[in-house]
Design a binder for this molecule. Structure first.
Ligand SMILES: NC(=O)c1ccc[n+]([C@@H]2O[C@H](COP(=O)([O-])OP(=O)(O)OC[C@H]3O[C@@H](n4cnc5c(N)ncnc54)[C@H](OP(=O)(O)O)[C@@H]3O)[C@@H](O)[C@H]2O)c1
Length: 332
């Protein structure tokens, strides 16, 4: 009998997640049926959506999430032993998974050919966060050479890629992140034109300095007052892509921030939210483009790797507090 470890939700979240929201359990896995594979997790992902998709929080059930896993047994010719897959099977180190009869979103996919790059990138720049940056920025912000682009959550998994894609497209790029170390990384290593620590610098004052003529495109990862301040500093015809609102995820009530309608009206702004699954039919396009930009040296990635499956709750709590630079992943 093969055993699996899994983290289940022991108590619903209230405010910031705590270690006692999670419980580590063991289960015996059944023998494989036709079309099934047995996989061992190699890397697991902690992401903000795991905090906020409340309808998927079931007490006693595994925490939701994705992983890169190695196929160790297979009864599916399309998924041979030794290959790697990306699966949305939750916080578990071994899984028996169906390869058929799934809806698109949850079906395991063979990991893309990443060449010499680490497989963990399939959870970051070469996976869901990278595609959120690629499609969410290009399809909704339509950046043009010479325009001013602002990104919040700029040193995170999605934000750090958005800022670099904006640079590739010839924008002047301004990032907001939550520590001086992150700000230094954005400016010195990624080449952002300006970056600010939103915890120690007033956002409107920063934008008066960095973009006196105003902001053309804004990629919003955080919401709240920070975003209202950016939006009140936009130019006529500006575009806003709303990717996330992490500043509200631990709140028990929906927070308030300065209303946006005056800026939206008088500057004739366009604002659109998205879920990245919108582009599932173009998934490979984003991954191939990001691989190419990495190989050309135009796109850099960084990961904050936590060792040990047993440390997943700690990594998740730390990511929500801003302890990660780049993508937060767990190495089993
Ligand atoms: N729409 C979609 O399909 C989609 C897909 C992927 C991600 N997202 C969203 O995109 C955003 C970024 O996700 P990610 O995976 O790239 O995570 P991430 O940025 O790698 O990690 C989360 C970061 O959020 C920042 N943060 C935490 N509390 C904050 C607050 N109160 N105000 C401002 N920033 C705060 C922290 O950085 P600091 O140190 O800078 O505070 C932390 O490192 C999230 O809102 C997520 O929900 C949406």
């Amino acid at each position: 009998m093969v055993k699996a470890r899994k983290f289940v939700l022991a108590r619903h979240f209230e405010g910031e997640p705590q270690l006692d929201n999670f419980r580590l359990e063991e289960e015996e896995l059944p023998p494989l049926e036709d079309g099934q594979i047995l996989c061992e997790a190699v890397y697991l992902s902690v992401d903000p959506y795991q905090r906020v998709f409340k309808e998927m929080h079931k007490l006693g059930e595994p925490m939701i999430g994705s992983q890169v896993a190695r196929i160790v047994e297979s009864r599916s010719p399309d998924f041979p032993v030794g290959k790697y897959v990306v699966g949305y099977w939750g916080w578990r180190d071994r899984t028996v998974a169906d390869t058929k009869n799934h809806n698109d979103l949850w079906a395991p996919i063979l990991a893309p050919d990443v060449g010499d790059l680490p497989l963990s990138l399939c959870l970051g720049v070469l996976g869901m966060p990278g595609n959120s940056a690629y499609f969410g920025f290009l399809e909704l912000c339509h950046p043009k050479t010479g325009e001013v682009a602002v990104v919040s959550g700029a040193a995170g998994a999605v934000g750090s890629i958005v800022g670099q894609i904006a640079l590739i497209k010839g924008c002047r790029v301004i990032g907001f992140a939550g520590s001086d170390e992150k700000v230094k990384w954005l400016k010195d290593e990624l080449g952002f034109h300006h970056a600010y620590n939103y915890k120690s610098m007033d956002v409107a004052t920063a934008l008066k300095e960095a973009a006196p003529e105003g902001v053309d495109v804004y990629f919003d990862n955080v919401g709240g007052k920070l975003s209202s301040d950016v939006i009140y500093n936009m130019r006529t015809g500006g575009r806003i892509s709303v990717c996330g609102s992490i500043s509200s995820y631990n709140s028990t009530e929906i927070p308030t921030a300065p209303i946006l309608q005056p800026a939206m009206i008088f500057k004739e702004l366009k604002m659109e939210g998205f879920l990245v699954k919108r582009w599932l039919d173009r998934w490979d396009e984003g991954i191939k483009q990001n691989i190419q930009w990495i190989k050309e040296g135009k796109l850099k990635y960084r990961e904050t790797v936590t060792e040990g499956f047993e440390n997943m709750p700690k990594a998740f709590i730390g990511m929500l507090k801003g302890e990660n630079v780049g993508k937060a992943v767990i190495k089993v």
